[in-house]
Each structure stands twice: as structure tokens, then as C-alpha cells.
Design a protein around this ligand. Structure first.
Ligand SMILES: C[S@@+](CC[C@H](N)C(=O)[O-])C[C@H]1O[C@@H](n2cnc3c(N)ncnc32)[C@H](O)[C@@H]1O
Length: 309
């Protein structure tokens, strides 16, 4: 299982993988907040979840996409964070097993439930090294204006009183990146581990090519034509920065929730081996196509087709 993408549930694939075979797990995991069907990881029966309540259906696409407001009155909603923790626990011990000692697991997790993911990783034995921030230049801001809500109700006085107030959150310009390490072997040192497994340190010199300085705030943006393949698609350069931070040429990078395959594309471009798993047929197909296209590009740049004489 190397240099390939598998169309399956990663929970089926993980037990078949060799112990201590992976140098880096780099994954943008589902966030458990209902961005899409694949992001609903709990049995919540609240009809407003994913925007399917009668009021949301009537209000149209924007309101539906916004999903359900969090207000804490629903007992089912209050279960979501602990259910997300339980979902993470279905794969965390397998991740620990397949990683080499000293290997990193780098996870994009949503801001709202990242703490549950950290707990689930720690509880099986990972060391939580750091929380990095990926800084974007833009992000959609979906906080409703209170004055507009009252205006729609025909309540002009309240609309004036609440001018300038919003409900919701501030513009989400950063995404947390959780950086874990599998502990190196008992009785050994990190230097021994580096010699034996070639991992455990970070490559500052390579990382600063992307960020200028070795900071834990990363400001890498998408390229002009990047995007549109997956609702949570990440920039290839961002994944490349994290791969170069923690691995060397020829190492194996694994993404069990690979979506449209950004991690795998980044790994291949950097001459790392890759393995990806995606449960949804459409995203799996996109990954296959992206890798095939990259292979063609690489072949053309290695062996340029010369024009006829
Ligand atoms: C946050 S997205 C990753 C998007 C990716 N970063 C990209 O650039 O395209 C997570 C992906 O995990 C997939 N997924 C969810 N549960 C899965 C499972 N059990 N096994 C494999 N893939 C799964 C979803 O279909 C979704 O495409």
C-alpha cells in the first residue's frame, strides 16, 4: 500500500497497514460541525441540523448553508462534542500504531471541536507538541445583522437600537493545525530515534522557504486557480510546507481523510511516497485525476515533447 489512493472507509484500511510504517500523517479530518453530509459524525436528530428544518428550507440556500445556530437548548446538540471525541477515538490508536516512533501527526481540525480531537489523541499516547495557526487573507463572514432581523419583522425601533450589532462569530481568518508526535522509544534519546527512523526533528531550513521565519503562524495562500474541488480544499503549498517541516525525500506521507487529494499531490511533488483514503466516490475520483494529471505534468517537464523539425 504505497503511492496509491484507496476508495474506502479508512477504518477498514488502517488495521491492514503495517505497524510503524508511516513517517507523517497529515490530514484535514472531518470537523464534526455539519459542513456537509460527510461532516455529520453523530446521531443528532435535530431537524435544524444541516439546515433541514421547515424554516430553513423556506429561507433558501444561504440560511441552509449556515447550518444550525448553537444556543445550547437542545440536549442532542450538547452531546455533539463528546460524540466527536468518541468518533476520533475510533482511529487514534491505529494512527499511533502505524506511525514510526518520533513521527508527526498533523491535523487540521475545526476551531469548535479541536480540543476534543487533542484529548482523543493524547488519551491513546500521542504527545501534543503545538497548535499552529494557518492565516488566510479572506474568509466568508456569516454573522447576521441584528438590525436587519428586526427590520424584516417591521420593528423599526428595535432595528435602530441594534444597529451595528451582529449574531454569530467574528470572521474566521485562522484555522488551527494540531501537531502531535508519537513518543520515541523508551530508554532511547531523540538523537537515537533520528538515526534509526530518520524522524523526530523539524527541518527549519526547508520550512522557511514557505514562511520566511520558523513561526507557528503560517501565512500561505492558495494559488490563483486553486480551489473548487472540495468545500474544505487546502492549498498545495500549505501541505508542502508541513511535509517539508517533518519529512525527507522518500518518506511515506499518509492521509486517511484525503478529500480531493491535496496532501497526496503535495507529497508527490516533493518526492515523498503517499497513501490516501477517501470514502466518497466523487472525491476519490478527483484525487485519482489530480494525481494522474500531476504525473503527466511531471513527465512532460522531465521529457519535454519537442516540436517537429
Ligand atoms: C475535510 S475533508 C478533506 C479535504 C481535503 N483537505 C482537500 O483538500 O480536498 C475530509 C474528507 O474525509 C472524507 N471522509 C469522511 N469520513 C471518512 C472515512 N471514514 N474514511 C475515509 N474518508 C472519510 C470526507 O468524505 C471528506 O472528503
Amino acid at each position: 500500500m504505497i503511492d496509491t489512493v484507496i476508495h474506502d472507509d479508512c477504518l477498514n484500511v488502517l488495521p491492514k497497514m503495517e505497524t510503524a510504517s508511516v513517517h507523517l500523517i497529515l490530514s484535514d479530518i472531518p470537523y464534526g460541525i455539519g459542513i456537509d453530509e460527510w461532516d455529520v459524525l453523530h446521531p443528532n436528530t435535530n431537524s435544524a441540523f444541516l439546515g433541514s428544518s421547515p424554516a430553513q428550507q423556506k429561507a433558501g440556500a444561504v440560511f441552509q448553508k449556515r447550518g444550525k445556530p448553537l444556543n445550547g437548548w437542545s440536549a442532542a446538540d450538547r452531546e455533539i462534542p463528546s460524540q466527536y471525541y468518541e468518533w476520533c477515538k475510533t482511529w487514534t490508536s491505529q494512527w499511533l500504531r502505524v506511525l514510526k516512533p518520533g513521527g508527526s501527526a498533523i491535523i487540521f481540525a475545526g476551531r469548535r471541536l479541536a480540543h476534543r480531537c487533542i484529548a482523543a489523541m493524547e488519551d491513546v499516547g500521542f504527545t501534543f507538541k503545538d497548535m499552529l495557526a494557518w492565516l488566510r487573507e479572506t474568509a466568508p463572514h456569516r454573522a447576521q445583522r441584528v438590525s436587519v432581523i428586526f427590520e424584516r419583522r417591521g420593528d423599526e425601533d428595535s432595528s435602530r437600537r441594534w444597529e451595528g450589532w451582529r449574531v454569530g462569530n467574528l470572521r474566521p481568518l485562522f484555522e488551527p493545525i494540531l501537531w502531535f508526535m508519537k513518543p520515541y522509544e523508551i530508554g532511547g534519546t531523540i538523537a537515537d530515534n533520528i538515526l534509526e527512523h530518520e524522524i523526530g526533528a523539524f527541518h527549519e531550513k526547508a520550512f522557511v522557504k514557505y514562511t520566511k521565519s520558523p513561526d507557528n503562524v503560517i501565512k500561505v495562500q492558495s494559488e490563483a486557480k486553486e480551489g473548487g474541488l472540495h468545500p474544505t480544499q487546502k492549498p498545495v503549498r500549505l501541505m508542502q510546507a508541513l511535509i517539508e517541516l517533518t519529512t525527507s525525500r522518500g518518506h511515506l506521507v499518509f492521509d486517511p481523510f484525503c478529500g480531493s487529494g491535496t496532501t497526496l499531490v503535495a507529497a508527490k511533488m516533493l518526492e515523498r511516497h503517499y497513501l490516501g483514503v477517501e470514502v466518497r466516490e466523487a472525491y476519490y475520483q478527483l484525487t485519482v485525476k489530480r494525481i494522474r494529471d500531476l504525473e503527466t505534468d511531471l513527465q512532460q517537464s522531465l521529457f519535454p515533447v519537442l516540436p517537429d523539425a
